[in-house]
Design a protein around this ligand. Sequence first.
Ligand code: GLU
Length: 458
Amino acid sequence: MTPTLRFAPSPTGYIHIGNLRTALFNFLYARNCGGAFVLRFDDTDRERSTRQFADRIETDLAWIGIETDRVVRQSERTHLYDAATARLKRLGLLYPCYESADELDRKRKRLAARGLPPIYGREALRLSDDEKQALEAEGRTPHWRFLLPNHDGDPAVTRRTEIHWHDLVRGPQTVDLASLSDPVLIRGDGSYLYTLPSIVDDGDLGISDVIRGDDHVTNTGVQIPIFEALGLAVPRFGHHNLITTIGGEGLSKRTGALSIRQLAEDGYEPMAVASLATLVGMSGAIEAVADLDALAARVVLDEVSASASKFDPAELDRLNEELVHSMAFEAARDRLFELGVPQEDAEAFWEAVKANCARVRDAAVWRDIVYGDGVGAVEGNEEDRAFLAAARDALPQGDLDSTTWKTWTGILKDRTGRKGRSLFMPLRLALTGLDHGPELAGLLPLIGRERTVARLGG
Ligand code: GLU
């Protein structure tokens, strides 16, 4: 069977670099094993999920270069969850509970006061039909819990029940079902929580491997017996570490922190973002990888660090610069045209300035300097003016090309006796208005004769 992986965001906000890490691990793993990649929107929470967020997630993934073989929405698959619910009820594994959130909270506090873990005591299982009817007559609607298989026939007496799996990232894992509350699968208003739809879909879509954040490790322990109760094949699981801010705070879709959308708007290259999202916390250097195929080759799940990885914005800047400094003209062309760089010059312009750009959009600074009117004649003392006049006179005739700078400064050196910084810096200041920047040999032909002469005070 074709390996099938999935990324399953809830469309309740913009995905951030931590979500992207999950998406990439699944997508790249699928690519490595010739598998399929499904985008599944976990949109059962109707209040918080929106179509706009879902569409934006698709846009963000496409920007990175992630291609999806199939897109599914849980909101369109309720019939499958209803069928699974009916099955679990028939098996006696789903039971109605009537406690309010406050009542559950009080129960947990009473347990904590006695030094006991906050595990639901299955009180609802002891309700008689009459008691249930009375509660419903009061207007209470039940939420439904799955009865974990952590007992020998009498659910009131639990026993240690270990669930084991070999995690693709963390190696052998054990969760004791006796240490957990029976999970609520259906809310009082009849809507599904994440757990059941996720299991049903993983089964229905033939998901072979689930790679997700390590905040789901305990969920996996809970989900495996539900897969089994429903007769579904249990996928392999891998739980990767999470990414935090540099200050150690978790990322949230709701706050929009480090959203992919924002990083795109800020002008970062998709491969800088993808490289960092994938390689942070993995053994080996974090470097800007050229494309997703090369990145796929770098994914070794069992090398991912067990502790959280910090997202360092300076690292992203570094990777972006690496990519921009070596970026071929073709990759920058459209953006340079958008910036209004003259098309006939654009390639030479890019080759001249790219080493001085941290992001492609920084080319706008050099566009203004090369082509704009902002660089005026330098106001200097008499000696400076005399030097620039000499420079004007020494400028070789004909078109300025990549050899002109060398010829020109050679003549000027002979005529004025200046060399080194005292020769080059006044020219740089006059031609660009700055004391630093790209090689003048490359800029000079772009600035052209007319502007050069004018900037030298001619
Ligand atoms: N919607 C879930 C989440 O974003 C998916 C978890 C999973 O991969 O199973 O956390």
